[in-house]
Ligand binder design. Structure first.
Ligand code: DC
Length: 223
């Protein structure tokens, strides 16, 4: 079974999805990290994002593995190396929207997402999870928050990896990324019509998690 949590950058998807997965005994699955891994691979291989042949070659030779062996933790290995931290850096963050708008990249990622979740229970977070990847999921959530709250969360993420970035730069980055992610032709970020919206600007992390768990419980009781 799959529970989907979609939303823009910095709305609190990751921490929420992790906790919901933990509470339900499900596996947590962050699909944004896959697009970041491809972006890192393209940057390291100096792939021209406008060259179909370079993109195809880079995707063919990419050795990307998702490691779910640790309960409630997901690791990504690129060519056998754990890149879970490296994919959070500013350069990957700046380029990931462009890479995630490439059709062949999305097709490959969506195929992997569907095949790895075939057997098991997952809380999957991303942008198109409830709309495109798992349109038939029973439980769908869409998280939203204002720019100040989102920038503060992203700032805390950068501090964790020892990157010092100005909060205004982060805000500008978020606005640009939203514009790009919401307006791209393929699988743009949008609320699934049958998803429950949760605004996380002013509610605590615990409240967000409780709201989601309550919705799941009450829908499960109804059918
Ligand atoms: O959640 P994140 O910031 O780590 O995601 C990085 C980028 O990946 C984001 O700018 C858009 C893209 N993405 C996507 O296109 N589809 C998804 N399912 C998840 C992320």
């Amino acid at each position: 079974m799959v529970i989907t949590i979609d939303g823009a950058a910095g709305v609190g998807k990751t921490s929420t999805a992790k906790e919901v997965a933990k509470k339900l005994g499900f596996q947590y699955f962050d699909t944004g990290s896959m697009y970041r891994a491809v972006t890192l691979h393209f940057l390291e291989k100096k792939v021209d994002f406008f060259s179909d042949s370079e993109i195809e070659k880079a995707l063919d030779t990419m050795e990307l593995k998702i490691d779910f062996s640790e309960k409630n933790n997901m690791k990504l290995l690129l060519d056998g190396i754990d890149i879970s931290l490296k994919i959070r850096n500013h350069n990957v963050t700046k380029n990931v929207s462009a890479v995630s708008a490439i059709k062949s990249v999305r097709t490959l990622m969506v195929n992997i997402q569907r095949s790895v979740t075939e057997n098991g229970n997952f809380v999957v977070e991303g942008r198109d999870i409830g709309t495109v990847v798992f349109p038939d999921a029973k439980h769908k959530f869409f998280l939203e928050a204002d720019y100040d709250a989102r920038a503060k969360r992203r700032m805390a993420d950068f501090i964790k990896i020892n990157e010092v970035i100005n909060i205004n730069e982060i805000k500008k980055d978020l606005i640009e990324r939203d514009k790009y992610d919401s307006n791209r032709k393929l699988s743009p970020l949008k609320k699934p019509t049958d998803a429950i919206s949760i605004n996380t600007s002013h509610c605590s992390f615990e409240e967000q998690v409780i709201q989601i768990l309550k919705h799941i419980e009450s829908k499960d009781e109804r059918n």
